[in-house]
Design a protein around this ligand. Sequence first.
Ligand SMILES: [Zn+2]
Ligand SMILES: [Zn+2]
Length: 376
Amino acid sequence: MPDLRDTIRCHVIGNLPAGTRKRWRVDFVDALELGGTCDPPGLRDRTIRVLRSSTGKVELTTTVHETLHAAIWCLDEPAVKRLADRIGDALYDFSVRRSNTRANRSEVYFLAWTINNVLSVELDDFSLRAVKELALDLARLLGRCGWQRTTVADYVLPLPQLPVLSIKRAVDEYAARRWPIVPAHTRARTGLCSCNDPHCPTPGFHTRVPLNNATCDRRRLGAWWRKWPTANPWLVLGGAAGLICIEARGPEAAELFGAWQSVYRSKASPFSATWNGSTNVYLYSTNETHDFRGDIELEGDIHLLSTGCGTALPPSALSSDVGPRLTWQLDGLPDDRRERPPTLPDWLAAKAQTIITQDPGAASVAAPCSQYEGTH
Ligand SMILES: [Zn+2]
Ligand SMILES: [Zn+2]
């Protein structure tokens, strides 16, 4: 049976950051001093060479590595190496191996999705669109070489923890959507809060500046995150932006909330984030219709958070370097930044209204939203 890799004659790959596209031939060769090489973009017959005798993860990583050189020539060797290694690790964790048949479309999509997750974190300075194109080009090349998952029932297996949006990119994204945010504290691996109070009651869960300093101004945000690069982005609810949050704390509450949604036939919203089994669903509510404030417990650890409260946004981490991160539940936020979260549905508004009417003191603006606000 002929080697599938011999059929790869030429492949188009994205060229960042110029936005031009150039072609490189991809050759699997028998003799090569290094595992792989990539000709510079200035050469007329540009070729990527990968040593044919390399196998497994080395072959995968080398193919990705050399293609990344071609695609982003300006990137230095350590950066390319780190990126290629991360992509190789992620794909290998998902049981991706090389076979001698081309990957089908859904497998190529899966490869692209995984690669895109890694690239969009690391390539902060490139547009998400350019990164997505590059991920797709890389995935198509790997698919042609026969790389695909060997485990079919992947969706029932626990998925490896993939990297998410970088904090810098996420903060830019929220600013572009006019979501007012402030930087919050982070919790170290040791459990110590960055406020340095050993008795901090909510480590990593209070803001570094008062909530009323929230802004969408990029210069101000840039200054904050240069000062505290690992700060979790914290959304300030209510006010002019009109965002409120339904927070289902813990898997049981999330399940109950899911049941409500199916009863009321609410669609899954792209504006919902999860971590550790808890779910945050963002909704839009204008003051003319409802004027909720504070933290209202709707039922069984499902809360409606509004004016006076804030919530952590993806990619906030429970702890600065390990453990789960908050992620957008679907494939990230909608591409169109003008798109707003769905309007607070009447049935939910009615539920909250009933609770406040029965017990006017039900809404509190205590933990976790504004407690400790600005005191550290
Ligand atoms: Zn290299
Ligand atoms: Zn603290």
